[in-house]
Design a protein around this ligand. Sequence first.
Ligand code: PEP
Length: 252
Amino acid sequence: MRKPIIAGNWKLYKTISEAVEFVSELKGKVSGVTDIDIVVCPPFTAVSKAADALRGSNIKVGAQDAHWEEEGAFTGEIAPSMLKEAGCSYVIIGHSERRAMFGETNQTVNKKLKAVLKTGLIPIVCVGEKLEEREKGITKDIVKNQVQGSLQGLKKEEMMNVVIAYEPVWAIGTGKTATPEQAQEVHAYIRELLSDLFDAELSAAVRIQYGGSIKPDNIKSLMSKKDIDGGLVGGASLKVESFEKLVKYQEE
Ligand code: PEP
């Protein structure tokens, strides 16, 4: 049985004080939720204070990226162990914004993934096609390339701790959500890929989130699909009210 996971990717939003205010309010509202893993991913600067405010609650903190080296002359980078000490449990890796704007490739995703796993953090690895790739009918080729390239050399035991986020780039921040059927088709395909790369047991165990304009009014239909195990949410995770509704989608 895969436990659903709903994670808020705050991107470049919220100062430290805004983050603390947000999580302090949220934790009281979702304290009764036990059947969903809840994660918020603030900017680096707010990770530590958000984690302090959430200690003892059912909400975990994630980061939005990490470097693959533990230390060295890498100006501007943050190591997985630093994130762990700051209170992180999860790290998003390979978000399409990083792939598009900051030179992230399958190779760098793979290196980061291995470093994050070594530190004992849970990686959320993002894959997904661009609009022109979907229109050309090559969605599966793109996703296959990203899944195979990103997960290269991982052992089954390591892969058991990985979360995958299928995020069609054309759906991120655009208000154009993939239909539940479109998302389910790719999620099922990712499970096929995992089965080929590892085995059926692993494929059935790995959680695959959908991401791309998830809102309180569309999450339930997405979550009704058998291979969709949660959401990676940008815009709708920035307000306590809407994030609470997402986490409590079963009650809506
Ligand atoms: C995201 O940032 O990963 C995302 C899916 O954003 P949004 O929900 O705003 O589309």
